[in-house]
Design a protein around this ligand. Structure first.
Ligand code: CA
Ligand code: CA
Length: 330
């Protein structure tokens, strides 16, 4: 767990080493089927699970197919024992709606260079990694990456296989089921935001490449940590195992990948007495792909698609995954 300074206290980040991957914690007043059905929409077919071993431990996380042979995920998913990929074996990428251990094996896994050199610093906003598959996947359409649109202020859809539960209690169930939930992308690192209580929340010291969402309570508006205090219909927050999963937006009538799930955070005690457990009031951070176009394109050798006529600039297809998940049976 890493802690960083945030306004009046500390925000403790817990996505990164956790005990289990996350698929997302849902509203206590909305049926789980709304989330699993959203995840089943074809536009999210590119999001799959990653499993691997490190020593005697097994892990599960998430990732997004961005070309037939490449999966975009979080740096901490593929960082292994030294943040550079050591110690990982038996990595598999699978696309079934729940974990079944079946998938395509990974040929190599590549943490973003600055993730490795930072020693796994989540505030640096460089928690990205790529997985090269041993054979191409042609059964689903790879995700399209948008490197141009600023996602702050837009509705985001998060997809992954992490732990679930409801907002009143946070993560309670095991990882391994694919869910999608939505949330407003409220802020990025470096901004000063306002909590439901009126207190300012300063995100100074966090890279602007980190995008934030908060888990808003259905009725207690004071519980909001930033942005609008009113939850969206399928409000949700990522959980352990959603690391590396995809954050999508709608652009020009198309669904585009704009971020990779990186961490959970909570407000400092006593504002939050439960820590970063993905209950109401907690926060999630995802890494925006906007600053990483060259690295992604160069590493994968995937040509950037020509710009669509409806959009402001060139849009590229991509996929992302997660952050380190947790023990499969944990
Ligand atoms: Ca929210
Ligand atoms: Ca909490």
């Amino acid at each position: 767990m890493r802690c960083g300074s945030i306004s009046a206290g500390l925000i403790c980040v817990s996505l990164g080493f956790l005990a289990a991957g996350r698929a997302g914690v849902i509203r206590d007043d909305v049926a789980d089927s709304f989330y699993t059905n959203l995840a089943a929409q074809s536009v999210y077919d590119s999001v799959g699970f990653l499993t691997w071993s490190e020593g005697a431990s097994g892990y599960i996380a998430s990732g997004t197919l961005i070309s037939p042979e490449w999966v975009l995920t979080a740096g901490h998913v593929v960082g292994g024992t030294n943040d550079s990929g050591a110690g990982i074996s038996g990595m598999i990428f699978g696309l079934s709606s729940s974990y079944d251990g079946m998938g395509v094996s990974a040929l190599e896994w590549i943490p973003y260079t600055s993730w490795s050199s930072s020693g796994g610093n989540l505030w640096s906003g460089v928690d990205l990694g790529l997985v090269r598959l041993s054979q191409p996947i042609t059964s689903v359409t790879p995700a399209q990456i948008d490197f141009r649109t600023s996602p702050v202020g837009l509705l985001g859809t998060n997809v992954g296989y992490g732990r679930s539960g409801v907002g009143t209690g946070g993560m309670t169930t095991a990882a391994g089921t694919k869910r999608a939930g939505q949330n407003m992308i409220d802020a990025r690192g470096g901004m000063v935001t306002t909590m439901g209580s009126g207190t300012l929340l300063d995100l100074d010291g966090i890279s602007p490449t980190v995008l934030f969402q908060d888990f808003d309570h259905p009725t207690d508006l004071v519980a909001s940590s930033m942005g609008s205090a009113i939850p969206v219909a399928q409000e949700y927050l990522i959980g352990s195992g959603d690391s590396g999963g995809g954050l999508f937006i709608e652009v020009g009538g198309a669904t585009k990948l704009v971020g990779v799930h990186s961490f959970l955070a909570s407000l400092p005690y006593p504002l939050d007495t439960t820590g970063a457990n993905a209950d109401y009031g907690d926060l999630a951070g995802s890494v925006s792909v906007q600053s990483f176009e060259n690295w992604i394109l160069t590493t994968t050798g995937v040509p950037e698609p020509s710009a669509g006529g409806l959009l402001l600039g060139a849009f590229t297809l991509w996929v992302l995954t997660k952050k380190r998940g947790g023990r499969i049976l944990g």
